[in-house]
Design a protein around this ligand. Structure first.
Ligand SMILES: [Zn+2]
Length: 343
């Protein structure tokens, strides 16, 4: 074998090895790297029957079978703005911190949280209740899909999809019935409202839920802002920027995709570290937001309603259906929560 043949063979060998390495790198999924809020034990949460999990959540003031419909969110916010200002307060404000697709069994993780918005509210006199998505509680027949658009729309309008018309993620709502973003402003209950999200289907696609509302607000110069960021970090920043203003928006509604994104990607399950980490990230962002509210220079004169909730749970890598895991949701509040629709 002459010298040039040897060099050629060596080159072929090197190229072959490089190609194999490249294929292996491309095929092997890198190990998931949890963020800084991942807690000890998060990689080994014991699997448990869902009902047993729900029954073990001691911070809830009701039981899953006495859960209220998620539409109660609408009524709570409306009632907050309708009620008289408490002594010493000069302005009412409210914020919804929505964790999209956050299963309620994530409450099992609260005990070990490093930074938790739910714990922050509960440790300062807050309240928590079970609610349900889908218009009827488990195991009754669903009245609407446990999907994102119908869920949030029911919370923002106080009615189900038979009235608001949002039966799925690509079924837009008309201007009517108006969400709290518009109704509170138009009734004079608030001076301004804002919706901070990253999910495109809220108002950023042709068939987006609130596209007509957004257009209506813009063409009628109504101070209701619909602002989409690229991701959850952007949503958080948009909220923090708003809260940093002397006269911040009176009613802020937001959704954060950490849990839903992880659930669709690799499973809605406490045995999935990506899902657990998604919850940890949502909770840490929630603390940033609540701390920004509470550190406002005018906070002492403001009467804030702070709510954390979710639109639906999930099972395997999806939701929309009638399973227990998809339907049970929750509300955590800095203020008292109703335990029945009358009370
Ligand atoms: Zn959702």
């Amino acid at each position: 074998m002459n010298k040039s043949t040897k060099i050629l063979l060596a080159c072929i060998c090197v190229a072959a090895v490089a190609a194999v390495v490249l294929v292996v790198v491309l095929l092997s999924k890198p190990a998931y790297e949890p963020g800084p809020w991942f807690a000890q034990g998060d990689d080994s949460v014991a699997e448990m029957d869902f009902e047993t999990e729900l029954n073990s959540i001691s911070v809830m003031e009701n039981t899953w079978d006495t859960a209220l419909p998620q539409t109660v969110i609408h009524d709570l916010i409306q009632a907050h703005f309708d009620s008289p200002l408490p002594e010493g307060k000069t302005e009412k404000k409210a914020i919804v911190i929505g964790y999209d697709g956050c299963r309620t069994d994530t409450f099992r993780l609260l005990e070990t949280s490093k930074r938790s918005a739910i714990n922050l509210l509960l440790q300062n006199g807050g309240h928590a209740i079970f609610t349900y998505a889908g218009g009827a509680n488990y195991p009754q027949k669903l009245l609407q899909k446990t999907s994102t658009a119908p869920g949030w729309c029911s919370m923002l309008t106080g009615v189900l999809s038979d009235v608001h018309g949002v039966t799925g993620n690509d079924t837009p709502k008309g201007v009517e019935p108006k969400t709290l973003l518009l109704s509170l402003v138009e009734s004079g209950s608030v001076d301004s409202s804002a919706m901070y999200v990253s999910w495109k289907k809220h108002f950023s696609t042709d068939k987006a839920t609130y596209r007509a509302e957004k257009d209506y607000a813009e063409s009628n110069s109504i101070p209701a802002v619909y602002l989409r960021a690229e991701d959850d970090a952007g949503t958080r920043q948009n909220i923090l920027d708003d809260l940093a203003k002397a006269d911040c928006t009176d009613f802020i509604f937001s959704t954060h995709e950490y849990t839903d994104h992880a659930g669709h990607g690799s499973g809605f399950s406490l045995q999935n570290i990506e899902y657990v980490d998604g919850f940890r990230n949502a909770e840490a962002a929630g603390v940033d937001i609540i701390e920004a509210v509470e550190s406002r220079p005018t906070y002492a004169e403001e009467d804030w309603l702070i709510l954390i909730t979710t639109d639906h749970g999930g099972i395997q890598k999806d939701h929309g259906g009638e399973s227990f895991e998809e339907r049970i949701t929750f509300i955590v509040s800095n203020k008292e929560l109703p335990l029945s629709l009358e009370g």
